[in-house]
Design a protein around this ligand. Structure first.
Ligand SMILES: [Zn+2]
Length: 367
């Protein structure tokens, strides 16, 4: 049904255009041009502060419910000057950058499906296409979309990996930043006059339960920064961490447990603590018997896939769409090892995943 060579070509063109978060203007121009060739207009909405373009929102009139299709335009670092290589049915980078299949495989799949629909005059529901920006730095683009834009009956974010996996739930995430303020002193002359912030931080972290907490909950301290020289008792250390859970009460408890350890260690040593926590996004769970799950399952079965319904460990724009009232699932088009320089795209899965998307769309228009 779809044009496989054109799909792969589009993908390679997309990844060759640099588009780190907040620098998506160039790739947005490419996508806008491709949409215009199909007679599809797009408007720019919710440009993030510091960004060079906004989210691209388009509408394609059809019959039946309004289906949202989403992918994000930005990629993670190292993501400049990506050179896609193709070897034995797999596309990868040259090893110095990510590939950017997250999420340009999703962008290419949506473009190819739109082209196929138009060329072959296939039945489809009303479609809303939202290409977001700055997803990778905290779903910033999607957060800038107002409820008045998000009116679809349901949605699909093409931001997963495996093509037979349907992610119907995702956790909440809270980030925390802690600054421990001790007291500087000469390490050789007056060590007793100092309060060693590194020591305080170490004790707090060592006492924390982090990593996998339970089936639904994870926690991490990912950044530690502080200290100036070996002969100075360090006066300040900054820690950055996060916790995630599918259960919001568990998440609150985990964050409290982590901050309690920081408070205790500070008290023990007479250090001060500056603490900020930020809710990055809220969890969601789309019911297995909801229309969008049924639709995707039907499509997967038609494509002879064995569907797996799974919760996701990470947040995505789907968290925002769900929070704003559009039940949205995450599905994949064959990308693997996301966010690493070993990221790759399995071409066979990429093609099948794109065919699957087309099947789902036709299904949504009444089969
Ligand atoms: Zn992504």
């Amino acid at each position: 049904m779809i044009n496989k060579r054109r799909l792969v070509k589009t993908f390679k063109e997309l990844v060759r255009i640099d588009s780190l978060s907040l620098r998506e203007a160039q790739v947005a121009r490419y996508v806008r041009r491709e949409l215009r060739k199909l007679g599809i207009r797009s408007v720019q909405v919710g440009k993030p502060r510091g960004g060079d373009t906004g989210n691209m929102v388009s509408f394609v009139s059809g019959q039946g419910p309004l289906l949202l299709l989403n992918a994000h335009l930005d990629t993670v670092s190292p993501g400049r000057n990506i050179k896609p290589r193709e070897k034995r049915g797999v596309i990868c980078s040259d090893g110095t950058t990510v590939l950017g299949a997250d999420n340009k495989a999703g962008v290419a799949a949506i473009l190819e499906v739109l082209r196929t629909i138009k060329e072959q005059k296939l039945p489809h529901p009303h479609l809303q296409i939202i290409f977001t920006v700055a997803e990778e730095i905290g779903l910033v683009g999607a957060k800038n979309l107002s409820r008045s834009v998000l009116k679809a009956a349901y949605g699909l974010a093409l931001d997963g990996g495996q093509i037979d996996k349907l992610l119907n739930a995702a956790p909440s995430q809270i980030n925390l930043t802690a600054t421990i303020i001790g007291k500087a002193a000469h390490a050789g002359v007056h060590p007793e006059a100092g309060v060693n912030a590194i020591r305080v931080a170490s004790e707090a972290i060592a006492a924390m339960k982090i990593g996998r907490i339970d089936r639904e909950t994870t926690a991490n301290i990912g950044v530690i920064r502080g200290g100036k020289a070996t002969n100075i008792i360090p006066a300040e250390v900054e820690l950055r961490g996060e916790a995630r859970s599918h259960d919001r009460a568990k998440l609150r408890r985990q964050v409290k447990a982590m901050t309690d350890q920081l408070r205790k260690a500070c008290r023990r040593h007479g250090a001060r603590l500056r603490l900020t926590t930020e809710q990055m996004y809220r969890s969601f769970a789309v019911r297995p018997d909801s229309p969008i799950v049924k639709l995707v399952l039907t499509g997967m079965k038609k494509e002879r896939l064995r569907p797996q319904i799974k919760p996701s460990g990470g947040g995505s724009d789907a968290n925002i769409f769900n929070a704003r009232g559009v039940p949205t699932l995450v599905i994949g088009v064959g990308a693997r090892q996301l966010h690493t320089t070993g990221e790759e795209l399995v071409i066979r899965d990429f093609i099948r995943g794109t065919e699957l998307l087309l099947t789902i769309i036709r299904e949504a228009a009444g089969g």
